[in-house]
Design a binder for this molecule. Structure first.
Ligand code: OXD
Ligand code: MN
Length: 613
């Protein structure tokens, strides 16, 4: 059995509550050794992982890993929020009683780390000194070294984060036990995996995966589910699956910050890492704060809405990342960055990596190339065109590798939020941008956010897969309470942020081409939004928000036809009327939705009905 006391003493970890927690789980999981890690251990752990074959070299200071082939994505069906209060049950949180889930998970985890090292990872999900630090501290336990390496990239890791806590007990207990991946029945009726956040006990118990989305507990379970619950229970903040960017106007010297939620495959990471288009680069600089999570609160001194990215890195989807879609992401995984790639294609002879969309065609000479499962491409049968990389393959890199990282990303204060945007991939109906100045209508818009189903067969034509606030997989409590809490937090702010809905993905119904060039040009509608907020443009009021007039958008250097432009700045009233029926059904699922949200829905519906255009 592990000598827990010696390991904790060796690391200088004195917090008595943390020590007790580590002892309890070392004993229950039967781990053979215990090791407390800090970010400074990274180089040694990398060397160990390379020696054990858990990582392979992928170029100068770059690494490659492969997860078990049935363990490559988050599992929403196996993810549960448990509490002691049935009133916390929502539509999306898969609520179960804590009294049922804790013993069940303890049973699965009992003895499951026998023969393994249990790593103790004290972490902080916030810039140090941030007002929300008391909610950001955690200690992850894991029996997988590559999970430690990912946690070091994705969060601030070190013993110092759990010493000298005002309340030594105020840390999230985040337990990760991998289990026997080859015998867990993933995706079958006998699935043994469970990913549980016991939210009112601030305890996370994840069993049955070592894939990042299930195993990096600081990010996915603490940063979103646990924090959302804490934010509501304390009445202090929101934890949202939002990107966060800064826009600096070199002419006026002003800085703006925009955060926002996008359902998956709707371009959130590309937007977060966007650079200004060449034609506007002399005037504007776009900086990166985060691509996936923002915590929002009202700053006590200024009374303004503030935001920060609790993460320390990017766990990005590799597919389709290239010089056009996201050059900053490519630079952030360049030589010397210590980035880790997972489940992409790899050539162990040359140490090169590749994924679909990295270049238009895969490497012409397939010698030495292995697909994400480790099978040689050269051995494929003729006609086998399955992807070389898994569609959910990832890169993991720290924030300061991103070339346009904001100078103040690590500042304790966070940044004031000027605008909150939502945007789901939609081939018609949703214009390029529509601004919403009313708080309840903005929250209503977020609650009815969705993206078109990925496969035509998945839904009715034109019907979205709703993903409220892009938080569907991370909802921690009832949606009615969530909406009320969101309204309360934002309403308390002195300067109200402007809301907007954006859509970069409208297509021509005839030939399918995208009507808007997207990528760097997406800065243009955001600049218009900021101008609207500051009264510099007026836009055109429609039943579903204010949209830019054609001459208000700065289109210098954009290649777009007059016809396409007109289309993306027009409201298709018939389509919108149809959407309102879908929205009503969607919202009716939620118990206790504030009357303000229903009023917003009725206002928009009435305005559409009255529209003659
Ligand atoms: C996700 C992620 O799965 O950010 O949402 O990795
Ligand atoms: Mn995410």
């Amino acid at each position: 059995m592990a000598d827990v006391e010696a390991a904790l003493d060796h690391a200088g970890l004195k917090n008595p509550q943390v020590r007790e927690y580590v002892r309890y789980w070392a004993d229950l999981t039967g781990a053979e050794r215990v090791e407390v890690v800090s970010a400074a251990d990274d180089a040694r752990l990398i060397a160990e992982a390379l020696a054990e074959g858990e990582l392979e070299p992928a170029g100068d200071g770059l690494y490659y890993s492969r997860s078990y082939h049935k363990d490559t994505a988050r599992s929403e069906e196996r993810t549960i929020v448990a509490t002691n209060d049935p009133k916390d049950k929502g539509v999306y949180n898969n609520w179960r009683p804590a009294s049922e889930m804790t013993p069940l998970l303890e049973d699965r985890m009992r003895g499951a780390s026998a023969g393994k090292t249990m790593y103790v990872i004290p972490y902080l999900m916030a810039p140090p000194g941030n007002a929300l630090e008391p909610y950001a501290t955690g200690v992850q336990l894991t029996d997988t070294r590559t999970v430690v390496l990912h946690m070091i990239r994705m969060s601030r890791v070190g013993v110092e984060y759990v010493e000298n806590l005002e309340d030594p007990n105020q840390f999230v207990r985040a337990v990760h036990v991998t289990g026997d991946l080859e015998n867990l029945g993933q995706g079958t009726p006998d699935d043994e995996r469970y990913f549980v956040t016991v939210a009112d006990e601030r305890t996370i118990l994840h069993y049955g995966s070592s894939y990042g989305g299930n195993a990096l507990l600081g990010k996915i379970a603490h940063g979103l589910r646990q924090a959302a619950y804490d934010g509501w229970a304390s009445g202090k903040f929101l934890a949202e699956q939002y990107m966060l960017i800064g826009i600096h106007d070199k002419e006026t010297g002003k800085d703006y910050h925009i955060c926002g939620g996008f359902p998956s495959a709707s371009g959130k990471t590309n937007l977060a890492m966007m650079l200004a288009p060449d034609a506007l680069g002399d005037r504007y600089h776009v900086s990166f704060y985060g691509d996936d999570i923002a915590w929002l609160w009202v700053d006590e001194t200024s009374g303004k809405l503030y935001g920060m990215n609790p993460e320390y890195g990017v766990f990005g989807v590799a597919k389709d990342t290239n010089e056009t879609t996201n050059p900053t992401a490519l630079a952030s995984v360049g030589p010397g960055t210590q980035a880790i790639f997972t489940n992409i294609a790899y050539n162990p002879t040359t140490n090169e990596v590749w994924w679909e969309g990295r270049t238009p065609e895969p490497p012409a000479d397939v010698t030495g190339w292995l697909d994400w499962k480790g099978n040689p491409i050269a051995d494929r049968e003729a006609g086998d065109d399955s992807p070389w990389a898994h569609p959910n393959s990832r890169f993991t890199t720290t924030l300061d590798n991103v070339p346009n990282i904001a100078a103040d990303y690590n500042a304790a204060t966070g940044v004031p939020i000027d605008a909150i945007i939502f945007g789901g991939r939609t081939r018609d109906r949703e214009p390029l941008i529509r601004a919403i100045t009313d708080l309840a209508e903005g929250v209503y818009d977020g609650l009815t956010l969705g993206a078109e189903a990925t496969f035509a067969a998945e839904g009715v034509d034109g019907q979205l897969r709703y993903d409220p606030m892009s938080n569907r997989p991370f909802m921690a409590y009832g949606e009615g309470d969530y909406a009320a809490h969101y309204l309360n937090i934002v309403r308390a702010a002195k300067d109200q942020p402007i809301f907007a809905h954006v859509n970069w993905f409208q297509r021509d119904p005839e030939d399918g081409h995208f009507l808007w060039p997207g990528y760097r040009d997406n800065l243009r509608p955001l600049l218009w939004l900021l101008q609207l907020k500051h009264g510099e443009v007026k836009g055109r009021q429609t039943p579903v928000g204010i949209i830019p007039t054609e001459d208000e958008l700065n289109l210098e250097g954009v290649d777009i036809s007059a016809e396409d432009l007109q289309k993306i700045l027009t409201i298709d009233v018939d389509r919108w009327r149809q959407e309102m029926g879908f929205r009503e059904e969607h919202l009716q699922q939620f118990d206790g939705l504030p009357e303000e949200i229903w009023e917003a829905h009725r206002r928009v519906a009435a305005a559409l009905d009255a529209d003659e255009s």
